[in-house]
Design a protein around this ligand. Structure first.
Ligand SMILES: [Zn+2]
Ligand SMILES: [Zn+2]
Length: 267
């Protein structure tokens, strides 16, 4: 029972901080919060992602590149150019480490507006700290595991952040339905996304990039947005003035200008 509780808690906190703090706040600035709450969620992200913590600056820059170049060769993670999810994530890791280590200079438009905290993002963001988190996970399992198979869950704990990224970036641009016509391959994978807490509404999100609610149709539910509504009521975040997503059935169709007549396409 402690193993199940630990696994679920780690999984949920890791995906929640990724979508709420790294994605919707750090990369997109869809809502506002006080410096105190920003520090609280920054620390929660560092603690819950643990051994696979993703730095807000590097995350935001890669993610802004993803929106600007979605499913083109400059996209840091498009399934269109890779045979397997592992190949895609290996490439993403290389781009991420270059940005993290400031070995490349990103386009100026992708910089700024993300939270920075030197202590967590640099001093306590290295392989020794990752190793310490990993050791803590192993010690917890040694204390509470009731069957050897449970140790098979440990690699998921070690790589929780990138694993969620892999699910979203591979699945969300490959499998599912579309509500909106847009030039990239984005899809909505699940109508009720409990696996990545709303992140798998990629087609909706790529069409309305600044809307805090990733769901738009009557049957779609974005769990993170439900939590955000509570945080808004409690005065923790301020979503007033944020973009609102709207949908009509004809949004699925390509605009006339985008349809190339067959005769022209063959030339
Ligand atoms: Zn995407
Ligand atoms: Zn986004």
């Amino acid at each position: 029972m402690p193993i199940l509780a630990f696994f679920v808690t780690h999984y949920v906190l890791s995906i929640f901080t990724q979508t709420f703090f790294l994605h919707r706040y750090s990369a997109h600035r869809m809502f506002r919060m006080s410096k105190g709450w920003e520090r609280f969620f920054h620390f929660l992200t560092w603690l819950s992602q643990g051994s696979s913590y993703l730095q807000p600056r590097a995350y935001a820059i890669l993610h802004r590149m993803h929106h600007a170049y979605s499913d083109t060769p400059k996209d840091p993670h498009s399934p269109r150019f890779f045979g397997t999810v592992f190949g895609m994530m290996w490439h993403t890791k290389d781009v991420y480490l270059d940005v993290l280590g400031r070995k490349v200079e990103p386009e100026a438009r992708f910089e700024g507006g993300y939270p920075e905290w030197k202590l967590l993002d640099e001093t306590l963001n290295n392989m020794y700290v990752a190793f310490a988190f990993g050791t803590a996970y192993v010690l917890f399992y040694m204390q509470y595991a009731t069957s050897p198979w449970q140790y098979l869950l440990l690699p998921i704990h070690f790589l929780m952040g990138p694993m969620h990224g892999a699910i979203v970036n591979w699945g969300g641009h490959k499998y599912g339905y579309r509500n909106f016509w847009n030039k990239d391959d984005s899809r909505n994978t699940l109508p009720f996304d409990i696996i990545t807490w709303g992140e798998l509404f990629q087609n909706n999100h790529h069409s309305f990039g600044m809307a805090p609610n990733f769901a738009v149709r009557s049957f779609e539910i974005d769990p993170t947005y439900q939590v955000m509504k509570v945080l808004q009521l409690l005065g923790v975040i301020d979503m007033r003035g944020a973009q609102v997503m709207r949908w009509k059935p004809e949004d699925r169709r390509a605009p006339e200008a985008a349809i190339v007549p067959e005769a022209l396409a063959a030339e």
